[in-house]
Design a protein around this ligand. Structure first.
Ligand code: D8F
Length: 297
């Protein structure tokens, strides 16, 4: 990758790391108790740390399991930014939540983060007895960059036949990394994302432009979506990534996949973290209720 692109990505990494832990206060301080433990999963791209959130003791054991991938443009490494969602999902969806601290670009470009994401899910599916969850009832989900990884993990799981997620949560996902970012439009004047930022994220994660059309990088460009897991697709009206999310939901549906697609109006990219609070809460509740149904025995 050109030197300047690498430097820009590292700059963004430093600048956004602080900003991205600043989840909206009212979302952050829930009265849901936090019951977590650390876990290290071996993967073919190196060991990956995870945080395990347990459901209330009243939950039937073993509980099903949801593997979560945070966002941050593939460059920001802040899994704790999803703490509010992981807590409320563990508390209300009756599942164990495993939040994954995957490696980020530009230090670890594609495919390392996706390899780690996939290997963690395969490990979770295989190690329920020791971990105290039911690995046969597994869901995968993510937010923004983490939703892109989720779509990739689901493709890999389908193609390798290793494990079968019962649900994929695709929240505010970048799904077309080959498109010119300046063609990704928002109806508001100053959306959170701008083409320059999208360009930096994409160049950091996939330095080789030829690789950006790979369906594991750009799931929206795949023409073979049949057989993917049931999906919850969340998009936001003001998000520059809304159109590719909506298109992916439609394409999944056309391929025969069961899709719940919800467009949240009046909100921008990452509203599940930054608010407004009512819409963020509604989206998190939708994730939890969809997980609860999909993972029920
Ligand atoms: C970043 C929000 C904060 C979280 C500014 C996030 C994106 C991720 C946006 C892409 C990836 C765009 N992209 O946002 O992860 O096009 O690769």
């Amino acid at each position: 990758m050109p030197f300047s692109t690498d430097v820009q990505a590292r700059g963004i990494q430093l600048l956004l790391s602080g900003m991205m832990t600043r989840v909206h206060e009212e979302l952050r301080f829930t009265d849901v108790p936090k019951r977590t433990e650390g876990l290290q999963v071996p993967t073919s791209a190196g060991p990956v740390n995870c945080t395990v959130y347990r459901p209330p003791a009243s939950t039937a054991t073993p509980a099903p399991v949801y593997v979560n991938f945070h966002g941050g443009g593939f460059v920001v490494r802040r899994p704790e930014q999803d703490d509010h969602m992981c807590r409320s999902i563990a508390a209300t969806a009756g599942c164990v939540v495993i939040n994954v601290d995957y490696d980020v670009a530009p230090q670890r470009p594609y495919p390392a983060p996706l390899t780690q994401a996939y290997d963690v899910c395969a490990w979770v599916a295989d190690n329920g007895t020791a971990g105290g969850w039911d690995g046969s009832r597994l869901a995968v989900g993510g937010h923004s960059a983490g939703a892109n990884l989720t779509a990739g993990v689901c493709r890999m799981a389908r193609d390798r036949g290793t494990f079968t997620p019962r649900l994929q949560i695709i929240d505010s996902a970048p799904l077309d990394q080959a498109a010119d970012p300046s063609t990704k439009l928002s109806p508001i004047a100053k959306p959170l994302l701008n083409p320059h930022l999208i360009r930096i994220f994409t160049a950091a994660y996939v330095p080789d432009p030829a690789e950006r059309a790979d369906p594991l990088v750009s799931p929206a460009l795949a023409d073979d979506l049949a057989g993917l897991p049931p999906a919850l697709v969340i998009t936001a009206e003001h998000d520059r990534l809304r159109d590719e999310g909506d298109a992916y939901a439609k394409a999944l549906e056309a391929a025969g996949v069961t899709v719940t697609h919800r467009v949240f109006t009046g909100v921008d990219h990452y509203f599940t973290h930054t608010g407004p609070v009512p819409e963020a809460k509604e989206a998190i509740e939708l994730m939890a209720s969809t997980l609860r149904t999909a993972l029920s025995a």
